[in-house]
Design a protein around this ligand. Sequence first.
Ligand code: GCB
Length: 580
Amino acid sequence: MQNIKNRDHLNLNGRWNYIIDPYQMGYLDYRQKPFDESLSGEGGFYDNRIQQEKSERIEYDFNNSPTLKVPGDWNSQVEKLELYEGSIWYKKDFSVDKDNLKRYFLHFGAVNYEAHVYLNGEKLGIHTGGFTPFQFEITSKIKEGDNFIVLMVDNTRKKDAIPTINTDWWNYGGITRDVTLVITPETYISDYKIQLAKNNSEMLEGFVKLEGKNLPQNLKLEIPEINFDQTLSINSEGLSLIEIPIKNIDLWSPENPKLYEVTISSSLDTVSDKIGFRTIKTKGKDILLNGTSVFLKGISMHDENPLVEGRLRGEADMRMMLEWAKELGCNFVRLAHYTHNEEMLKLADELGLMVWAEIPVYWTISWKNPATYANALAQLTTGIERDKNRTSVIIWSVGNETPIKPSRNQFMQNLIKAVRKLDDTRLVAAALEVEIEDEEIKVEDPLGEFLDLASFNEYAGWYWGEIDKLPEYEFSIAYDKPVIITEFGAGALQGFHGDKNTVWTEEHQAYLYENQLKMLEKIENLRGMSPWILIDFKSPRRQHPVYQNFWNRKGLISENGQKKKAFFKLQEYYSKKNRD
Ligand code: GCB
């Protein structure tokens, strides 16, 4: 379910009791069999209350256990959990006045990575994937008065998972996004898409889906600001397809992030959303936003910020990140390398930032494993389902720096096809890699043929090549498509100064930006970039005790929120781009 904050709901955030369980003793018996699969259905931490009522020998106790803030990763909240990878149990008590005419859904914004969810001692299910939302309908299970949720969260990295064991970011575990009890009428609006049709700014297209036994007589779509008021017909499956001409729409763009209040209502349920309308497509070398060529002045970012440690938790954290991007002169952000918070996308809509959204198909994953593909597809599908009404999203990315070989090419092509089927109104891309021959940077990845953009990462002057020589480098790009440089960058420790050739100084990072920008300007098809990265972020791969200390230092802003010199270099470049 998307847009749950605009539905009737009970917020279940706050303090949750937790138990650290590295041996999964709350999940597996001494023969390693899951308690929740045993015949008696008893044992394990999940049925906490049953155990306590029996007053058997119990070696755990949620109620006297410490608490963690939800939402929030565990690594940044408790010192001994900083590097912990394994299982942690959570428990939360809550109480409801149950209305028997309503339906109840337990919704999680994201839990990293695998979640086993129980309500009042009964298993609701398992979810895998650390960045996408999921829900369980609990109408028949929730009780009047007191209820409790127990969750086992396991963030063990696994080779066949998405992402795999090897990434360049911290594996923050836990319930990292909001937990909500969503309350709907018996027949409710379960989904909707209200956007402009592909390449047509005078046609609304999409659907409304109703779920429930008694379908209402009529359904209405309203945009009061432009006196748009349409009755929709519903088929016997509860689906209403929308294709309605629309006039006088003020189109959304970074300069004019216009959003309209859109209301979908039946006699039984109402949902409102703030939606913007725009078209996006490519034509030859250009990216056309509402028919006009745009240059994507971007920056990449992780779901991490300097002022609270760990994962972003609230709207204010996210707003601060996007405000920094605005200050830098951006009209575009790359939300790397996984699905970010739904709130982030809403803010991007509001602030006028175009978005590159991505899934954690990152580096080398198990290309031949059908379960790995199913996992990637599920994350991709859920992200698109959740954010299909966010006008800021102009690009769905299917992955980052994946190595060219037949099994990977097939895997990625299948994902590309899936995106086009799910949503053909946006662009499909991936952050590809380059090859270097002498002083030529080549982009020849066969996947490029299937994508809308020639988009790639290159670390000239940092991981390879000489920083002084960058302006002499040439590009050879096999595709006559708009070129987006999805990453370039250099590490610098904020406050460390020296000459421009001293690695890790702010001056050196700024010099790299200067020379990169000279080099990139030579690409005729250049239509944008999202350098790596807005803010220093934590990574176990970054061990240098003086300069890194577990931080990837390629941020333009330090982990304390201080801007480095390169921030101003890029800002200057983007402000000149405005005048081009
Ligand atoms: C990359 C990756 C990014 C890393 C970055 C780096 O190519 O896409 O996730 O953090 O390089 O700093 O090396």
